[in-house]
Design a binder for this molecule. Structure first.
Ligand code: ADP
Ligand code: MG
Length: 364
């Protein structure tokens, strides 16, 4: 194994299409400039060492017994899950020390988890060939099967395939993706509510189960194939009905948002953010008071076309479509209002579409 190398994978922000990926619908994420880097160095014989600089912690694993590792409810489950997937694909792993550094905030809905998985996969591959789609898929399996969160493919896909200056319209059924350029004159501003609700993961699982229940009642394989008409006519409990309603309307909003972006219609894009948020709040029930406050506040600020929560829910970030010239004023007003209401100072990220994962040069 060669001396130090660095592999980098970006976090992402999803513009629209929330919880549609595991229902095999449409999503429209961008890869961010915020990213996770994994530095690799040769390690002691027979061992895989994994250090998180952020956690200031190192875990040691024996390569010979790694296939039998069990999840520990610990951050190292993410890289270990990826290592196990590579082993089961037939790759052998050299003794190695992985050092993780990241600028993606954890648990903020910007997918620090996928950034970590994808950067780890490239790091462990050390340049050996594996199709990019297979990298995304094995990382999704690591998170859904080893870490235990039944996620869709979006986060890992965009971390691998992200495109500079373009969002990606991903059809999660065919895994076909096409770039969508965003109109000039406005930027996507993510506002971090700084709230991470612990119930997020269990609620996520419940939503996945409710969608499966709705699909079964509707007699379709996934909610991708459901229609509003059928939801209206089929007997099922209120919760699965509302979840299905969100998914079907959200898929439609993604396609309308893409058309609006291509037509340069910022007002329509903003309206769709607002509609999407209302649907996540009322039908999918994944918002929370802090997020609703940020969305309402932003929607009332001139120069902001619209706002919505992004990511899995129950906290994390909102995204806001804001006139470029209005960004400083927008920031000042959001900070003042949020501090006054909740006593919390939010973080801001200007979201510019960046490239997907790759090896980077070692800084001199
Ligand atoms: P999100 O993907 O929205 O940031 P998740 O809950 O899916 O939130 O993933 C966050 C988890 O990923 C963290 O709790 C931690 O276990 C792991 N993680 C992400 N980045 C790092 C890092 N730099 N060091 C250690 N663990 C990390
Ligand atoms: Mg995640």
């Amino acid at each position: 194994m060669s001396p130090a190398r660095i592999f980098r994978a970006p976090g992402r922000v999803n513009l629209i299409g929330e919880h549609t990926d595991y229902n095999l619908g449409f999503v429209l994420p961008i890869a961010l400039n915020l990213a996770t880097e994994v530095e690799t160095n040769p390690g002691p014989d027979g061992l895989l060492l994994i250090t998180s600089e952020h956690r200031q912690e190192t875990r040691t694993f024996e390569l010979a017994t790694l296939v039998a590792a069990r999840p520990q409810q610990h951050w190292s489950d993410y890289p270990v899950g990826v290592a196990k997937e590579l082993l089961s694909l037939g790759f052998d792993l050299a003794p190695m020390h992985l050092t993780i550094r990241s600028t993606v905030p954890e648990g903020a809905g910007l997918s620090s988890s996928a950034a970590l998985e994808v950067a780890t996969a490239l790091a462990l591959l050390q340049g050996r060939e594996l199709a990019p789609l297979d990298v995304a898929r094995l990382c999704q399996r690591a998170e859904s099967q080893y870490v235990g969160l039944p996620c869709g493919i979006m986060d890992q896909f965009v971390s691998v395939f992200g495109r500079l200056n373009a969002a990606l319209l991903i059809d999660c059924q065919t895994l076909h993706a096409e770039p969508v350029e965003l109109p000039s004159g406005a930027v996507i501003v993510a506002v971090n509510s700084m709230v991470k609700h612990q119930l997020g993961d269990s609620a996520y699982r419940t939503r996945v189960a409710e969608c499966a229940q709705a699909a079964q009642a509707l007699g379709v394989k996934t909610l991708r194939e459901a229609t509003l008409d059928a939801i209206g006519k089929t007997t099922m409990a209120d919760k699965p009905r509302h979840r299905a309603w969100h998914i079907v309307t959200e898929n439609d909003r993604v396609l309308r948002f893409v058309a609006a972006a291509r037509a340069g219609d910022l007002h329509e894009m903003g309206e769709l953010f607002i509609e999407s948020h209302a649907s996540m709040k009322a039908d999918y029930e994944i918002s929370c008071p802090e997020i609703d406050f940020l969305v309402e506040t932003a929607s009332g600020i001139s120069g902001c076309y619209g706002a919505r929560m992004t990511g899995g829910g129950f906290g994390g970030c909102t995204i806001n479509l804001v006139d470029t010239a209005s960004v400083p004023e927008f920031q000042v007003r959001v900070v003042a209002a949020y501090r006054q209401e909740f006593g919390i100072t939010p973080d801001f990220y200007l979201c510019k579409p960046g490239d997907g994962a790759c090896e980077t040069a070692i800084p001199k």
